[in-house]
Design a protein around this ligand. Structure first.
Ligand SMILES: Nc1nc2c(ncn2[C@@H]2O[C@H](COP(=O)(O)OP(=O)(O)O)[C@@H](O)[C@H]2O)c(=O)[nH]1
Ligand SMILES: [Mg+2]
Length: 370
């Protein structure tokens, strides 16, 4: 994941910083006054010497008569230091004006757009970088580090902190109901099987509910996972009311003292309005503890748009991004939490049951080479 973005970011940051490093504005001003430049260089070296003398005087002077001399000398040193300090700062630092920043940020903006980072997120990153960089004294030789640090902090702050998923379940009511939503083919059924597998490994019992009654194959697919994992699947006939299946699943869990109910749902894009109404009905009947949006990482801005729509319709509580293993861009992963203000819980990283990776923002930032 992020392979493409990481490489491009590296190049762009490096280009950005060398352009800032090359900024000659301050030096040009000093070039026009060579005598000042020379004097400043001399005094910078001199200041260190004076500092040493100051320390020595402070150590040795215990007698009254030299105390006055010492104070005068220290005052003199402080004065020189502050005056020459300012000039020294100008030599070793540079500044970027707002116009120049806009110009330089353009490359960064472009590669983020190419890698599916949502435009609201690009704006936020731009604001963060601008407040860190524009009109601030930036140490020469350290510009790349400063830009990276700023970007690192900005991207890290895009993620809503998630609580530990298993802990939430263990502390929640029983049966703990989770409804999974998202468009067709996004990976809902596969991810539900992966979650059931994690729960089983943690000695938490579960039942899977085939509330995607829109396609006969969807019910069979869940049954197949149930057989392989040894987990009960509650189903009705193809075409029946999904809310009724969800209701049955919860009743079953209550009767059998099962910890968690995992509700699979249909996600047909072609009739968005019906889908959302059906979804709302399932949510009303099942009254879930968590509503998790499943989105395909590789679909980039489409994934973000879907997450927004589901969030507006049913208020999601968390996100799982699938197919992260085949997504080299990663823009959806960077954007989806900020856009929905909900945490990413897991990344799907393959088609096997164990291919579910806990989300860690620090790891994302590291994968970006920041
Ligand atoms: N590479 C990869 N494929 C996945 C992942 N998750 C799901 N898939 C595949 O995506 C396809 C659609 O998944 P499915 O669970 O049926 O999606 P649903 O329609 O939302 O239920 C299947 O072929 C899955 O094997 C993942 O994390 N990585
Ligand atoms: Mg499915």
């Amino acid at each position: 994941m992020f392979k493409f973005l990481k490489d491009k970011l590296k190049d762009t940051i490096s280009k950005f910083s060398s352009k800032v490093e090359e900024s000659k504005e301050t030096e040009e001003k000093l070039e026009k006054q060579p005598e000042i430049k020379e004097e400043v260089q001399g005094v910078i070296e001199g200041i260190e010497e004076i500092e040493e003398t100051k320390e020595e005087i402070q150590k040795k002077s215990t007698q009254k008569e030299i105390i006055k001399k010492k104070d005068d000398l220290i005052e003199d040193v402080e004065e020189k230091k502050s005056f020459f300090g300012k000039i020294k700062e100008k030599i070793i630092t540079t500044k970027i004006s707002e116009n120049k920043f806009e110009d330089l940020f353009w490359d960064l903006e472009l590669i983020m757009l190419e890698n599916n980072v949502a435009s609201e997120v690009i704006d936020k990153i731009k604001d963060d970088l601008k407040s860190d960089l524009v009109d601030k004294p930036l140490k020469r030789g350290k510009i790349e580090e400063i830009i990276k640090e700023s970007l690192r902090e900005s991207i890290d702050s895009l993620f809503i902190n998630q609580k530990n998923f298993l802990k939430i379940i263990k502390e929640g009511k029983k049966p703990f109901v989770i409804v999974f939503v998202g468009v067709n083919g996004g990976g809902k059924t596969t991810t539900i099987a992966k979650i059931a597998n994690i729960l089983k490994k943690n000695k938490i019992s579960s039942v899977m509910v085939a509330a995607d009654t829109f396609r006969a194959a969807a019910i069979q697919q869940l049954e197949e996972h149930g057989k392989r994992l040894g987990i009960k699947v509650i189903k009705h006939d193809y075409g029946s009311d999904p809310a009724a299946v969800a209701f049955d699943g919860i009743k079953h869990a209550e009767a059998k003292n099962i910890d968690v109910v995992l509700v699979d749902t249909a996600g047909r894009l072609q009739s968005n309005k019906n889908l959302m109404n059906e979804m709302k009905k399932i949510i009303k009947v099942a009254n879930p503890n968590l509503k998790i949006f499943i989105g395909e990482s590789i679909t980039g801005n489409d994934c973000i748009e879907q997450a927004k729509q589901f969030n507006e319709a049913i208020k999601i509580d968390g996100i799982i991004l699938t197919k992260a293993d085949v997504d080299e861009k990663g823009g959806a992963a960077i954007s989806v939490s900020f856009i929905t203000q909900e945490p990413i819980l897991y990344f799907g990283v393959g088609q096997e049951y164990d291919d579910l990776k806990e989300f860690d923002s620090k790891e994302v930032v590291k994968s970006l080479g920041l």
